[in-house]
Design a protein around this ligand. Sequence first.
Ligand SMILES: O=C(O)c1cc(C(=O)O)c2c(n1)C(=O)C(=O)c1cc(C(=O)O)[nH]c1-2
Length: 256
Amino acid sequence: MNTQANDKLPMSREAFEKALRAKGDLYHTQHPYHIAMYNGQSTPEQIRGWVANRFYYQISIPVKDAAIMANCPDRDVRRHWVQRVLDHDGYDGAEGGIEAWLRLGEAVGLTREEILSGEHVLPGVRFAVDAYINFARRATWQEAASSSLTELFAPTIHQNRLDTWPQHYPWIKEEGYQYFRNRLTEARRDVVHGLEITLDHYTTREQQDRMLEILQFKLDVLWTMLDAMTMAYELERPPYHTVTGEKVFHKGLFNE
Ligand SMILES: O=C(O)c1cc(C(=O)O)c2c(n1)C(=O)C(=O)c1cc(C(=O)O)[nH]c1-2
């Protein structure tokens, strides 16, 4: 049997979806920074560092989604996709995810001003998030859309936080948890649409393999953000720590 030729056969829709879901093994749920957070081993400073840094991801998501729409000539897709921007930015009658994240920030003891200033955002986090935005700007809309599919694995991580954080961190105010609650339904809905686009679009084996690389790229973005936070808040080696304790790293250049 010529296995090489067989290797090139496209995966069925089911097999392709299974291969995508298998990437969940590499989701940032497995990162030691996250493991520490839901095992109750994180200090308030580590939680605050995570919330302040993740804010940069939160404000970048709608920019990324608007970039996807800007490249998409399909009106039906845009009608669906625009909901993601509204989910984060909010609209009349709905405060949106960015506002909910700011409340999470306040609930863990940060001020709105310090979150909004971006002063805590580490260069490694910025570069990782910017890579995601830039990918969405340059890729085809289908490729950019499918890169959101790490969201397949996100409801578990949000639920996990809701299940474990209140017991471990009684000092976090209850109103901070609304973001995670909202995402349980929003992410599940996003995934249905993202998966439909992805399973329809990648039909040759070569394309399917490329899509798995795209998903790996996105996993790399998420993992790298936590690596930067590990250096700063666990190993206490933030950038320039050999020179100064000041947060001298750049801010205010992009997306702010
Ligand atoms: O807290 C998390 O672990 C997590 C992960 C992800 C993800 O997998 O990219 C998203 C979110 N949260 C999230 O809240 C969110 O709105 C979101 C949008 C997207 C995306 O790629 O379009 N990912 C994520």
